[in-house]
Ligand binder design. Structure first.
Ligand SMILES: [Zn+2]
Length: 289
């Protein structure tokens, strides 16, 4: 899995975003949609087009999360300077995928916290960002400026280094890519171990939080994590049953699998791709013929 990950260009999430992922476009930089919204307490969400990151304003300094890219960092840096009289002291990287983790150097000399595999990915040149200064394997907690930060590695599924961060006392979780509330999973589950992804979501569900701030889609709650897991488990089981019955891919696409999710984002664009990816994964893992 790790080997396979390392071979694949890190555009996995970036490609999800169509026009938002065009590299180096001046016009894009000028047109980027960037906003800041308060989540609760001292926790805020930052938008850069279709990507989101979170930051926490503590008594001693500001803790930021994914940089997204250098232009986004420079915009956020100016906004934070004008809104808060606090230095940015820490950055958390959710995982190494370039569309979330790029451009971290633009923050300058700050603490960079990440999973140990994220550091290995940065060292191997798989993403151009700040080198982590503090890493961990399973769990890592720290207190800073009156807040508690709890970081948890989610295992291997979407990426091999994905972590979640819970901020207390606000009870807000920052979760990237494994859960995008009320939206279908991205395209055909590329480079994803689907059972691993389900296990990652179960770890998220086990954490003590109330508000879920995702890297894509709308702010949600723990229920949204459960809903996504159930959404993935349903087609996994019904597609497998259909393949076992000898039904063709066209028959499966034409069936009513996941039709109850029509109100979710990207249903029309990604339903068939989701099922296609599920079929491919079932076959690749020898679970279906
Ligand atoms: Zn990702």
């Amino acid at each position: 899995m790790i080997k396979q990950l390392s071979r694949i260009p890190l555009l996995v999430c970036a490609l999800a975003l169509g026009l938002a992922s065009l590299p180096g476009s001046q016009a894009l930089a000028q047109d980027a949609k960037r906003t800041i919204e308060k989540v609760t307490g001292d926790v805020y969400r930052f938008q850069n087009n279709f990507h989101y990151a979170m930051f926490v304003v503590t008594d001693e300094g500001i803790v930021v999360t994914d940089p997204i890219n250098a232009d986004a960092v420079n915009w956020l840096k100016a906004e934070l300077a004008s809104r808060f009289d606090k230095p940015v002291t820490h950055m958390l990287l959710s995982h190494f995928h370039a569309d979330h983790a790029s451009g971290g150097q633009a923050w300058g000399n700050i603490e960079v916290i990440a999973h140990e595999r994220t550091k290995a990915h940065v060292e191997a040149g798989r993403v151009d960002t700040a080198m982590p200064t503090e890493t961990f394997a399973d769990r890592h907690s720290f207190s800073f400026g009156g807040k508690d930060f709890e970081l948890v590695h989610l295992g291997v599924g979407h990426s091999d280094d994905l972590i979640a961060m819970v901020v207390l006392p606000e009870k807000v979780a920052f979760v990237v890519d494994a859960v995008s509330p009320q939206r279908l999973p991205w395209r055909d589950f590329p480079n994803t171990d689907i059972n691993g992804l389900i296990d990652q979501i179960k770890v998220i569900e086990s954490l003590d939080f109330e508000i879920l701030v995702p890297g894509h889609s709308v702010i949600g709650s723990k229920k949204d994590a459960t809903d996504i897991r159930v959404y993935i488990e349903k087609p996994r089981d019904s597609v497998k049953a259909a393949l076992d019955e000898g039904r063709s891919e066209d028959e499966i696409f034409a069936s009513d699998i996941v039709s109850e999710y029509q109100h979710w984002g990207a249903y029309d664009q990604w339903r068939e791709l989701n099922i296609r990816g599920m079929i491919r994964w079932l076959r690749e893992t020898g679970q279906a013929g």
